[in-house]
Design a protein around this ligand. Structure first.
Ligand code: ADP
Ligand code: ASP
Ligand code: MG
Length: 429
C-alpha cells in the first residue's frame, strides 16, 4: 500500500463533470489499496473572478482581505470534491489550509509555509477518511488566512507530501493538470514541444522560476528539500507524465532540456547616481523590505556617475518607482527611467555545466531572426535574454528550434516514453 497526494488544478476541476471524473480516479487508486490525500485548486477561472470582484470595490484592496476572499475559491472546490467522493461511497472530508495544519508567515498574497502540523490529516487517514484540502492557503502568523501566490496549490500539495511522508510510504505527490507532463516549452506557444519523461528538481525549479507555469517554483523547492517525488500528469487521461527527480550523471548529456518565457516585465534604470560606496545596498535594501522580486541587475560607471538597471514584473513597477525616487532623494543626485513591454526568454539544462557554446548558439539564433537582446543573465544551468514583449513567442520558438528540443525524446540522458497527445485547455483556476 502506498500513500499519495493527488493535486487537481483549476481546469481539472473546472466543472462538476470534470470534478466527478477526478474523484473517480481517486476512488480507483484507493480501491487498489492505496491511501490518498487530495489537494484542490479553485474551479476554472474562479480566482480571477474573485480578484475582479475586489476590483469593483477598490483599486487597491487590502492584501489581508483580498487573501480572505481568494482563499474561498479553493474552499468551494474542497467541499464539492468531498461530496463527489461521498457519492462514490468514500468518506471524503474537506479541510481548509488552516484546518489541515498549514502555518504561514504574514506576507499576504505571497506567503511562505513555515510549518505543517499533519496530525489532523494523519488522524483522518487512520480513521478511513479521504482528506480533501483547499490548496493555496494557510493560517498566517498574524491570524488571517494567507495565500501562497498564484499557482500556489502545487506548493500545498508537495508540502503535504513532505508532512505525510509519502516517500517513506512508497508514494509520491501527483500533480494532475491539463497537459501530459512537463514539456520542452509551453505547448500552447510551441506546437512541436515534447514531453520530458523526467527532469531534475534543479532544472524544473529554474524553468518554473523563469515562467514555465506548469509547476509553482516553491513546490519544487519543497520537493527537493524533503525528497518528495513529484509526478506531473494529465488529469483527464492516463499518460505516464513526467517525474521530477534527483539529478543523475547522465542528465548532463543533454545541454538544454527546456525553454521558458516570462512576459510583462519592466525595466527600472537609475542614472547619474553618485559612483560611491553603499548606493546599491541602500537601493536593494529598500526593494527587499518592500518584498519586490528583482532580477537581471546591471551596473555601469562612467567617471563619477553610476547607473543601475534591473527588471521587475509590471505589477511591481509603481511601488519600485516610488522606492527608487526615495533613494535618489536620499543621495541627492540621479534620475529614474522606466521601460515597459519587455519579456525574458530562457534556456535551461544541467548539461550547460559541461558543454561550451550554449550562449553563442542562443545569441546567434536570436540574431538570425532579427530579435534584439536588451540584457543577458546566466547561472550555472540557465541563460536568459531580455527582449521586446512583441517578439516573445517568436523568440521562444526560435530557441526551441536552435537547440533541437523537439528531438529531445530521442537523445541520450532522457529515457524514452513516447509523447501522448497534448491537449492544453482551460485556464488556471
Ligand atoms: P493547473 O490549473 O492544473 O495548475 P496551470 O495552468 O497552472 O494548470 O499549468 C498548466 C499549464 O502550464 C499548461 O496548460 C501549459 O500551457 C503551461 N505550461 C507552461 N510551460 C509548460 C511546460 N514547460 N510544460 C507543460 N506545460 C507548460
Ligand atoms: N487558484 C489559485 C490560482 O489561480 C491557486 C492555484 O490554482 O494553484 O492561482
Ligand atoms: Mg498551476
Amino acid at each position: 500500500m502506498a500513500r499519495l497526494v493527488h493535486k487537481f488544478g483549476g481546469s481539472s476541476v473546472g466543472d462538476i463533470r470534470k470534478m466527478r471524473r477526478c474523484a473517480s480516479r481517486v476512488a480507483g487508486v484507493i480501491a487498489d489499496g492505496n491511501e490518498v490525500a487530495v489537494v484542490v485548486s479553485a474551479m476554472g477561472d474562479t480566482t480571477d473572478e474573485l480578484i475582479d470582484l475586489a476590483g469593483q470595490v477598490t483599486s487597491e484592496p487590502d492584501r489581508r482581505e483580498l487573501d480572505a476572499l481568494m482563499a474561498t475559491g479553493e474552499q468551494v472546490s474542497a467541499a464539492l470534491f468531498a461530496m463527489c467522493l461521498r457519492e462514490l461511497g468514500l468518506r471524503g472530508r474537506s479541510f481548509t489550509g488552516a484546518q489541515a495544519g498549514i502555518e504561514t508567515d504574514s506576507r499576504y498574497g505571497r506567503a511562505r509555509i513555515k510549518a505543517i502540523d499533519g496530525t489532523r490529516l494523519e488522524e483522518a487517514l487512520a480513521g478511513g477518511l479521504v482528506p480533501v484540502v483547499a490548496g493555496f492557503q494557510g493560517r498566517a502568523e498574524e491570524g488571517g488566512v494567507a495565500t501562497l501566490g498564484r499557482g500556489g496549490s502545487d506548493t500545498t500539495a508537495v508540502a503535504l507530501g513532505a508532512a505525510l511522508q509519502v516517500a517513506r510510504h512508497g508514494g509520491s505527490c501527483e500533480i494532475f493538470t491539463d497537459v501530459d507532463g512537463v514539456f520542452t516549452a509551453d505547448p500552447r506557444h510551441v506546437p512541436d514541444a515534447v514531453r520530458l519523461p523526467r527532469i531534475s528538481y534543479g532544472e524544473m525549479l529554474e524553468l518554473a522560476s523563469l515562467g514555465a507555469g506548469v509547476m509553482h517554483a516553491r513546490a519544487v523547492v519543497f520537493g527537493e528539500r524533503h525528497g518528495v517525488p513529484i509526478h506531473v500528469r494529465h488529469s483527464q487521461h492516463h499518460g505516464v507524465g513526467t517525474m521530477i527527480v534527483k539529478e543523475s550523471p547522465e542528465m548532463e548529456d543533454n545541454v538544454v532540456v527546456g525553454c521558458a518565457l516570462k512576459t510583462d516585465l519592466g525595466r527600472v534604470t537609475l542614472r547619474k547616481l553618485p559612483a560611491t560606496t553603499g548606493i546599491q545596498a541602500s537601493l536593494f535594501d529598500r526593494l527587499a523590505t518592500g518584498a519586490v522580486v528583482v532580477d537581471d541587475i546591471i551596473q555601469t560607471e562612467f567617471g563619477d556617475a553610476a547607473s543601475v538597471a534591473f527588471t521587475v514584473e509590471h505589477g511591481d513597477l509603481g511601488a519600485v518607482k516610488a522606492l527608487a525616487n526615495d533613494v535618489i532623494g536620499q543621495w541627492g543626485q540621479g534620475e529614474v527611467c522606466i521601460d515597459v513591454g519587455l519579456a525574458k526568454v530562457s534556456v535551461v539544462g544541467v548539461g550547460m555545466r559541461s558543454h561550451a557554446g550554449v550562449a553563442s548558439r542562443m545569441f546567434r539564433a536570436l540574431s538570425d531572426v532579427n530579435i534584439r537582446i536588451h540584457n543577458i543573465t546566466t547561472s550555472e544551468i540557465k541563460i536568459s535574454c531580455i527582449i521586446d514583449r512583441s517578439e516573445a513567442e517568436r523568440a521562444l520558438r526560435t530557441v526551441h528550434e536552435a537547440f533541437g528540443l523537439s528531438e529531445l525524446g530521442n537523445m541520450a540522458g532522457i529515457a524514452s516514453g513516447g509523447n501522448p497527445s497534448v491537449q492544453p485547455s482551460g485556464t488556471t483556476g
